[in-house]
Design a protein around this ligand. Sequence first.
Ligand SMILES: *[C@@H]1O[C@H](CO)[C@@H](O)[C@H](O)[C@H]1NC(C)=O
Ligand SMILES: *[C@@H]1O[C@H](CO)[C@@H](O)[C@H](O)[C@H]1NC(C)=O
Ligand SMILES: *[C@@H]1O[C@H](CO)[C@@H](O)[C@H](O)[C@H]1NC(C)=O
Length: 450
Amino acid sequence: MTVPPTVHRAGDPGKRRAPGTGQQRGAEAGPDLIAMAPTLLMLLGATAILRADALPDTNSSLLPPVNFTVQVTGLAQVLLSWAPNPDQEQRSVRLGYHVRIRGPEEEDYQTRNTESKRVTTLHGGLRASVRTIPWEHPAAPASRWVSAELPAPPGSPGTSAANLTCSTHTAGSPGTRSRPYQVSLRCSWRAGEAAPEDTRYSLYYRYGSRTEECQEYRQDGLRRNVACWFPRTAIDGKGRDWLAVLVNGSSARAAIRPLDRLFALHAIDQVNPPGNVTAEMEGTRLSIEWEKPVSAFPAHCFDYEVKIHSTGTGYFQTGKMTTNKFTSTISDVSKYCVEVRAAVSSVCRETGLWSEWSEPIYVGNERTPWTEWYLISLVAATCSAFSLLLACKTCHLWTKLFPPVPAPKSNIKDFATTADYEKTGSGETESEIISYVEEQGLEALEDLVF
Ligand SMILES: *[C@@H]1O[C@H](CO)[C@@H](O)[C@H](O)[C@H]1NC(C)=O
Ligand SMILES: *[C@@H]1O[C@H](CO)[C@@H](O)[C@H](O)[C@H]1NC(C)=O
Ligand SMILES: *[C@@H]1O[C@H](CO)[C@@H](O)[C@H](O)[C@H]1NC(C)=O
């Protein structure tokens, strides 16, 4: 039996608090509370003593804060604010606040401020509560809670976008010194099953203080927007802030329920594969090198994985490393395919996704001996040389057999004829033009030689 968890789960934390449990957490008393009754009784005794000792001047209870409001200040962002209770008598204990947010993401924290900015999705509404606590005496009783609620935005059920997913991608932007990398964003979703045919979805993202609307959409079969692409965004390639995305919409037939979602950048960032992969084989030593991916992260921030395989011998090897070099000893003569991929390492960011594999490069020789290849290429070269020769002979013979009709000497007229032919554009006419020009050329050549 572990005592502290039981105490955390007990009802009003102000009344039942074990010495040393500073956290102001509380929830409904569960069935296990009853089972723990003897332990609790003991703890209650201990708490009562502590209260009497530590806080001799807290004979009247604390008053809750006033004017508590929840205000939407941006996409998936709210500001909670309140004021100290003006009727709270001044006392020697400093006061703080315990805030509890019940939304899609739950939060429970303490603060000495009277306002608090939170990032949270709002499509399901939000309920928040706050109470006054004695800051330095967490065991002392808190005030009662005051609550505020943000209703869920209106809209017909089933009309909101579904399965919203996004990914980011970094590209280099040469020439811009202040921001050498730019981050693009791609999102896609499905139209809600109850969304009318005329639904027009719009997508917005917020990163930090910047909110932008999508300008480039892709549509589904009913011409409803279901994907969006931002070629450049305000997203910081190395950033740790949440990316907030909202898809709302309009329709003449129904109110479209909005959907917002928060994305952690490390989880949606599509890292570029390593660049300039080279592989070299010296005897049995295979050395591979590459460059860090195009990324705002510096070189020491990457993990790499190398994959070497040969279809000929069935050889397969993978290796993980943090440097941009890899050497391996390979015994069989074969052709090897080398691929490398990258991921931002946990040194610089929370672990995310691997990049795609780099374009495969091949190193080493096929089992086919070189001489065979040499012969094949030699035969091929001879053949083409021979046919070229033959072709020339034929042309020449042809011009001898059918001496060209004396062509008009006017160059302007020639040009006009050619131009006319070209306009017709059929395959036949094209070849006609060629032979015509050739004849002219050959005639000129013969004139010159003879
Ligand atoms: C609470 O709000 C009311 C109305 O806006 C205002 O008159 C009052 O001064 C506020 N109280 C405190 C303690 O800020
Ligand atoms: C889409 O989302 C719904 C719930 O919102 C889920 O049941 C379904 O599996 C998802 N479909 C895909 C293709 O991800
Ligand atoms: C969608 O959300 C944006 C940003 O909050 C807002 O400006 C716009 O009016 C909303 N559109 C609809 C149809 O609700």
